[in-house]
Write a protein that binds this ligand. Structure first.
Ligand code: HEM
Length: 122
């Protein structure tokens, strides 16, 4: 029997969207990074849609990610390591709030951490 995908173990699109919505709420309440999200070109709703599709497509779901790649998105922002860790903190807090399992939390953090080189110091 094949094992459930991370997408299925997270609870599918509806659950992922709820988690991403809370990640965005956490960003707005996190003083380390909240200024970054105060005047974005895209609306919160658009960014939530994009990140939901990014996670869906990256974890085995049927979504297609049609946003900009991570390097292009964050190019020129000069994001530092502290800010990157703050985003990881917000992701972890949202996953915990939604009762995601320890193993799934670690898999999500590993995926996010793997994007660091395309996000920090550009
Ligand atoms: C693994 C970590 C991260 C992921 C997966 C991620 C993902 C994304 C995605 C999918 C978008 C929208 C792309 C598009 O517009 O097509 C976005 C936008 C954005 N990201 Fe990230 N991001 C991450 C880390 C960070 C960090 C550390 C910061 C800085 C604190 C940051 C700041 C922003 C901002 C400000 C925008 C909005 C740009 C705008 O519309 O003006 N991101 N991110």
């Amino acid at each position: 029997m094949s094992e459930a995908t991370l997408y299925e173990r997270l609870g599918g699109e509806e659950k992922i969207r709820a988690i991403v919505t809370d990640i965005m709420v956490n960003h707005h309440n996190n003083p380390t990074i909240s200024p970054r999200y105060a005047h974005t070109k895209k609306s919160d709703a658009e960014i939530i849609d994009l990140v939901t599709d990014l996670i869906g497509s990256g974890t085995g779901g049927p979504q297609t990610y049609q946003g900009m790649d991570m390097r292009t998105t964050h190019q020129g922002m000069n994001i530092n390591e502290t800010e990157f860790v703050a985003v990881l903190d917000d992701i972890l807090a949202a996953l915990t709030k939604h009762g995601v399992g320890e193993r799934e939390k670690m898999e999500m953090l590993a995926i996010a951490y793997g994007m660091k080189g395309d996000i920090v110091h550009l």
